[in-house]
Design a protein around this ligand. Structure first.
Ligand code: MOS
Length: 680
């Protein structure tokens, strides 16, 4: 189909919008110059549970909206978007009123001093493994059964000569994209225009249409540049509805930019997880029983059930298996997606438990994994489309310099530093979703590709340009990709590491249709092809390796080296791919060592809701983080032969660091993050 004259795919092309971003020319949602714009500030509930009786008025404001006066909105799937509709307060930090004023300062000031009459009720904010309210949800995200069983786990575990029974905990983690959530809303007659920072312009348009009783095409969502999302912008968040509602009431455009602090309760977070992992093995390391259970939380408002132990259904062979999930509904904000929801926390439990099993067996942890490599999906028996996990383990070990590592901990010391290495596996599903793309040849012979996708900083715009350039046999300079707009052909969400595969498929199809037809415009809809795809058996794989040093006196942990070896399909752009991998690995380092929503059960809120107190890795924490990949190409998946790469870097990298800390110190820290006080 393509000639060899131009070969853009596979080239390390820099982000096309890079110069615009670093020069400040790229316009983000809150930055659009909109005439007569006014400002909104959210009043957040100071209590975790209760009834809002009344909200006072404030001088110098255009409106104070609350459930006593807010316009009614239509019923929506996501009850979190039914803002200002009820007197019930479901969590501390919930939007209970909105102040609108002609200046940001006036809106903020009024929101801070406005009187609230609230009947407070006792609340329950603390997740415990034996919480009396725990129950098994009907499904876990996105639609998995909550429990899976194969063989007889209990009998096999009881009979196993070597067993591990451990509990691992991961804390609440908070999405902190560089660009906080923001919306400018304006009404043009009955049509709604939103400049909104999100991962899915067509989805946000459809949802806002539902909320205001409009067809999706009457809502225009613009998200040309988005400063990150990590899942927290995957669907419309309350800020979009609040801004649109306020704009309707005051009859002027309304800007609502969430301050960083508000994001900790209003846009979702990764649920804390309480995990129990039981492994039963023969003395040679052959697993006979794998059990993985998780208790996690959701809010009173919405059941969000993270798929924490689903990853264990795919990793290792064993005839007898059990995975389960329990949920507790608390007076807490609703958890949502955060990069590799499910896989990231679940692999902490599984891969740290595997390390503990290797320790018991006196076996190399890589060898333990190789001995339990399944020939097909361990639960369903579906063949893998491609699985190069063992190759990642072997090649990664080689490049990292794993050979000769002592199995026993606390044997390496340089001065005051205890030194250790650790590893963990990585996997993420290779997903694809239906999308539509349009391609047009302009009079000067250039191509214009249009797709309503969102480039959240991943390099999607650049990759789609490369794909179209090759398909049309044009240099990349002659291809222009338009995205980030709901009026463009309907694209799937920038989530689930599915963007490049899904949008790339649609763009490839449109380009091929254009060449086949000989016309100067073509549209391609991948829906029918994508629907035929089986999802089981399709995953990307990787292996993470870490070297740490721990100060023997202070417990300070430094990550000397973090290395990821991936088999993630054809790599479309090595430069943006590396950035995705090492960005996610850095986030994995945060999960292992830094990040933690610290709950104050007395108030039902996190005490550290800003970036001064919610710690993330900074440049000084990164000594060496590198990614490499095998030359894999899986043509069963999509026309590019690619797999998603946005999330796999945070899967397993935290466990590799935790395992390395054990190797350095001999201490198993089973509740993340590994703070220094846990090593003393
Ligand atoms: Mo990602 S959590 O699927 O946006």
């Amino acid at each position: 189909m393509t000639s060899t004259a131009h070969r853009a795919v596979g080239q390390p092309i820099g982000r096309i919008e890079g110069p615009a971003k670093v020069s400040g020319e790229a316009t983000y949602a809150a930055e659009y110059p909109v005439k007569d714009v006014v400002y909104a500030w959210v009043v957040q509930s100071p209590v975790a549970r209760g009834t809002l009786k009344s909200v006072g008025t404030a001088d110098g404001t255009l409106a104070v909206l609350w459930h006593g006066n807010a316009p009614a909105i239509e019923k929506v799937d996501d009850p979190e978007l039914a803002v200002l509709q009820s007197d019930r307060i479901g969590y501390r930090g919930q939007a209970i009123a909105l102040v609108v004023a002609t200046t940001l300062e006036a809106a903020r000031r009024a929101a801070q001093v406005i009187s609230l009459e609230i009947d407070e009720e006792p609340h329950d904010a603390l997740l415990t493994a034996d919480h009396p309210g725990r129950y098994t949800p009907e499904t876990v995200n996105p639609a998995f059964p909550p429990v899976s069983r194969k063989g007889d786990f209990d009998a096999a575990y009881a009979a196993a000569p070597v067993t591990v029974d451990v509990r691992y905990e991961t804390p609440a983690l908070h999405n902190n994209p560089m660009e906080p959530h923001a919306t400018i809303a304006l009404w043009e007659g009955d049509d709604l225009v939103l400049y909104d920072s999100n991962q899915h312009p067509p989805g946000v348009a459809a949802t806002l249409g539902e909320v205001f009783g409009l067809p999706a095409e009457r809502v225009h969502v613009i998200a040309e540049h988005v400063g990150g999302g990590f899942g927290s912008k995957g669907t419309a968040r309350p800020n979009a509805v609040l801004a649109a509602m306020a704009a309707k009431v005051v009859g002027r455009p309304v800007k609502l930019a969430l301050p960083r602090q508000a994001m900790f309760s209003m846009v979702g977070y990764r649920t804390p997880t309480l995990q129990r992992i039981r492994l039963g093995a023969e003395r040679d390391g052959t697993l006979t029983a794998i059990g993985h259970e998780a208790v996690e939380q959701s809010s009173r408002i919405f059941e969000f059930a993270e798929q924490t132990t689903v990853v264990t259904r795919h990793m290792y062979a064993a005839a007898n298996r059990y995975t389960g999930h329990e949920l507790v509904r608390l007076d807490m904000p609703t958890p949502r997606w955060m990069r590799a929801p499910g896989e990231a926390p679940g692999m902490v439990g599984l891969e740290c438990a595997m390390d503990e099993l290797a320790e018991q067996l006196g076996l190399d942890p890589i060898e333990l994994r190789i001995r339990n490599e399944p020939a097909a999906e361990p639960e369903s028996g579906v063949p893998f489309s491609s699985r190069h996990y063992v190759a990642c383990l072997r090649e990664g070990a080689e490049r990292f310099g794993w050979a000769g590592r002592e199995h026993k901990p606390r044997l390496r010391r340089e001065g005051n530093w205890l030194i250790g290495t650790g590893m963990a596996g990585a996997t993420y599903p290779a997903m694809v979703q239906p999308s539509v793309a349009r391609v047009r040849i302009t009079p000067d012979g250039s191509a214009e590709v249009a797709i309503g996708a969102s480039d959240i900083g991943t390099g999607a715009r650049t990759i789609l340009t490369q794909i179209a350039a090759d398909e049309l046999d044009l240099p990349v300079e002659r291809v222009r990709v338009r995205l980030g707009d709901s009026t463009l052909p309907k694209a799937s969400v920038a989530g689930g590491s599915s963007g490049s595969a899904s949008w790339g498929w649609a763009v490839t199809g449109a380009c091929r249709e254009l060449r086949r037809s000989g016309k100067d415009e073509a549209v391609f809809d991948s829906t029918d092809l994508v629907k035929k795809q089986e999802t089981d058996g399709k995953h990307a794989y990787g292996a993470h390796f870490a070297e740490v040093r721990v100060d023997a006196d202070t417990g300070e942990v430094r990550v000397t080296r973090l290395f990821g070896m991936y088999a993630a399909g054809r790599i479309l752009n090595p430069r943006t791919a590396r950035s995705q991998f090492i960005g996610a690995m850095t986030m994995g380092m945060g999960m292992a060592l830094h990040e933690e929503g610290v709950l104050d059960p007395a108030t039902g809120d996190w005490v550290n809701h800003d970036l001064a107190e919610y710690h993330i890795p900074v440049h000084a924490d990164i000594e060496s983080v590198e990614a490499a990949w095998l030359d894999e190409r899986d043509d069963d998946l999509n026309p590019m032969g690619s797999k998603g790469i946005g999330e796999i870097g945070i899967v397993g990298s935290p466990a590799a660091i935790v395992n390395a800390v054990w190797h350095a110190t001999g201490i198993r820290v089973r509740d993340l993050p590994v703070r220094l006080d846990k090593l003393l």
